[in-house]
Design a protein around this ligand. Structure first.
Ligand code: ADP
Length: 159
């Protein structure tokens, strides 16, 4: 049976850090579904459609990855798709408390779910979508942090 995992997140926008985690997950799982959270309570810079399009553009050559979205509880989405594995990235110890809380809550809502934490390459341990947006707003160089399509979208957003 194919091993499938879901990688949920805001991806506002996708960075090389997210892509590093996706690459690593693809080494372990047969199929990875990247799902963008559609949470009206969390204000995002890019719309849901923009975030999905950018991820699709960055992963167009990777046939192992599918891109989708979810709203509401992640565990309800997992149940509806019959997937039990969630991928999350851990950059530093500072991520752990938040990630531990989410993973524990998800497990208490859906006891079969397993969260697999992957560490990015060390070049990406400091990278986050919000840092990238700050650099973009201040017209800094983005090449090391995001693929060209995302860089272009950030330039337009922060013009
Ligand atoms: P969320 O709002 O769900 O935290 P993010 O898009 O910020 O959405 O992050 C999604 C997941 O990707 C989280 O597990 C986060 O820790 C991970 N992640 C984000 N940036 C990086 C990075 N540079 N390296 C590794 N993991 C990362």
């Amino acid at each position: 049976m194919a091993k499938i995992a879901v990688y949920p997140g805001s991806f506002d926008p996708i960075t090389y850090g997210h892509l590093d985690i996706i690459q690593r997950a693809c080494e372990i799982f047969d199929k990875l579904v990247v799902v963008v959270s559609d949470n009206p309570q969390k204000k995002s810079t890019f719309t849901l459609q923009e975030r999905i399009s950018l991820i699709k553009e960055c992963l167009k050559d990777n046939s192992q990855v599918e891109v989708g979205s979810f709203s509401g509880l992640l565990v309800d989405h997992l149940k509806s798709k019959n997937v039990k594995v969630v991928i999350r990235g851990l950059r530093a110890v500072s991520d752990l408390e938040y990630e531990f809380q989410i993973a524990s809550m998800n497990r208490s809502l859906y006891k079969e779910v397993e969260t697999v934490f992957l560490m990015p390459g060390e070049d990406y341990t400091y990278l986050s979508s919000s840092m990238v947006k700050e650099v973009a707003a201040l017209k800094g160089d983005l090449k090391k942090f995001v693929p060209p399509a995302v860089e272009k979208a950030l330039r337009q957003k922060f013009r």
